[in-house]
Design a protein around this ligand. Structure first.
Ligand code: MG
Length: 224
């Protein structure tokens, strides 16, 4: 690991324990639209933009392209179901992870494939003093979502740090792939039901079982 000067931090499943709400919302919306996709499968698509997920499932299961209008309509419904699920709780242990990263001098940037405004609005009050103004990359800022490296390359640029000196914090295999392609050191935390092996295959540099384990490792190993 090079000297870490930037920390690029994912949101869903990292800052918030929000993935159960997302997968339920995806499953409800797609089932209503006539698709047969098991709920847990949506954990694997985390990181892709919502529109990219809908386009991919249409092509795969219907062999046809979804219209822009239909895509927007379906994604709006998914977002409404997610809001209905309620306020996602903070991920236990993440506040310690972020505090240690800041104490060791890392510039923190939020990098998410999400465009869920209700959640994005909460980040700076839920985690005060971590993310400076504008230190945020969302689905609106990128052409290609994860697993493309674009979101993490943009995050590194905002941090003003070369990607090789950035540490990425991820809970999703596609996010791990994106971080590795960007050239960062990628720490995966298995905060959901995805087996550890998927993170090994995705190329994670380190894999932790929860945020408390990760915080302890950072405290011991990150050079200020
Ligand atoms: Mg995530």
């Amino acid at each position: 690991m090079e000297k870490i000067q930037g920390a690029l931090i994912d949101m869903d499943g990292v800052l918030y324990d929000s993935m159960p709400g997302h997968t339920l919302a995806w499953w409800r919306m797609m089932t209503e639209a006539g698709f047969d996709v098991p709920r847990d499968e949506f954990y694997l698509y985390e990181g892709m933009t919502g529109h990219a997920t809908i386009r991919m499932l249409y092509r795969r299961d219907r062999g046809a392209d979804v219209s822009e209008e239909e895509c927007r309509r379906l994604y709006a419904r998914k977002s409404a179901y997610f809001s209905e699920w309620g306020e996602p709780p903070l991920m236990p242990g993440t506040a310690d992870v972020l505090r240690i990263l800041r104490e060791k001098g890392a510039v923190c940037v939020l990098v998410t494939g999400s465009g869920q405004q209700s959640l994005l609005d909460r980040v700076r009050s839920d985690y005060p003093g971590i993310f400076a103004d504008g230190h945020m990359v969302t689905s609106r800022d990128v052409t290609h979502g994860k697993p493309d490296p674009e979101p993490y390359l943009k995050g590194a640029e905002i941090a003003g740090v070369s990607p090789g000196n950035c540490l990425v914090v991820e809970n999703a295999p596609l996010g791990v792939v994106a971080g590795k392609r960007a050239g960062a050191f990628v720490c995966a935390v298995t905060t959901g039901p995805i087996p550890r092996d998927e993170f090994v295959k995705a190329g994670a540099d380190m894999i932790f079982g929860n945020m408390h384990e990760f915080a302890a490792w950072l405290d011991k190993n990150l050079v200020p």
